[in-house]
Design a protein around this ligand. Sequence first.
Ligand code: SAJ
Length: 427
Amino acid sequence: MIFNTISIIGLGYIGLPTAAMFASKKKKVIGVDTSRYVIETINAGKIHIVEPKIDKMVKNAVNEGFLNAKLEPEPADVFIIAVPTPFLPAQDKNSIPQPDLTHIKSASKSVANVLKKGDLVILESTSPVGATEQMSAWLAEARSDLSFPHTHGENSDIRIAYCPERVLPGNVVNELIENDRIIGGMTEKCSKASIEVYKTFIKGGCFTTNSRTAEMAKLTENSSRDVSIAFANELSIICDKLDIDVWELINLANLHPRVNILQPGPGVGGHCIAVDPWFIISNSPEDSILIHTARKVNDGKPNWVIEKIKSAITDVLSNNPRKKIHDVTVACFGLSFKPNIDDLRESPAAEITKILASLNICKILAVEPNILHLPSSIPNSVELVSISEAINESDICVLLVDHSEFKNLSKNDLKNNLIIDTRGIWT
Ligand code: SAJ
């Protein structure tokens, strides 16, 4: 497929780096986003996300004229849709969250306005099985003058594929280039055209399948990790009751050549692992027993940590009879959803700190070396402090995120504090 102009719809954590990659290969890229702030930031050669290397790439791409951001799609040869697919919150604690495809629907409608015969539309957003066929139907609804693969197969005017991203936040540029890629064309021609597009910058292999398998593959990868982490989290709860060091246990079990247990923590955060399994569960609720249980185990872990903190507070009070509960200080080490990043969204560490503060039983300090100010989602009563202030002023130190800065602390530094270590770096 010969293509000159590529349009990326949705300039977030996946869309913007992808746009920058194509532009760095001297392809004309039109980036589209509904946020005026995002458009203005990018067209000024700046970025609105935190991701290494992207700032320089975007600056060069904009200065050299290869990347242009717009509020509405313009004609292009290839459209890559990378918009969010959140889930609709569950109605009650027994109902299953349902995927929200509103953004894909509106992106399809706006792309449909500028589609021409021969164009390729690729969906990259994490999606439930069947979303690509649904997108094809939405496009067809808007453009009865064109034919689409769900009705016309290989003879369709428009090619459509599902090609999920699998990059790790913090290492997006390298993984975009090096990772193998799944190419789920609705027909073989759709897959072939997509491979030619991605081979512009991808060094990894491109493996073709149909769109439904590609959708399921993305959900499977993240659900597999969620289930594995749930196993580690469940072990940590069992071991706590049995007075066994779970990290020593896992290290020992992992010496077995066919065992590879992941690490327990305060819960599973981020925008992918804790979300994507729901797309399988909502499609097949009766058959997703293990995947659903894993979600419950991981979602339940923050509450278990809160209970541990409450019982540590009781210990502090019984060891210091003159202390009142409001004199007890708890320091939460780390707020982000994983180590060495500043992203606090969907973070179990931030959630635990928030819940603890809302209980209003004692003073809460927070240490987060990757931010300068606490976000508004954390109650005002929480104070952001340095590592040494947290150690000196608190009775209880709760390790929530294994940031490098915390790994350097020795047992001696923490000898006067009661420790709850959800990551196993101080034990
Ligand atoms: N976590 C644990 N224990 C572990 C590993 C992770 O508790 O042993 C926790 C982390 O602390 C974090 C959460 O899991 O709260 C998710 O972190 P992560 O590093 O596992 O994954 P993400 O969300 O940053 O990125 C994942 C990746 N998927 C897989 O590894 C299968 C990435 O490759 C995907 O592209 C990304 O989701 C996505 O966009 O879907």
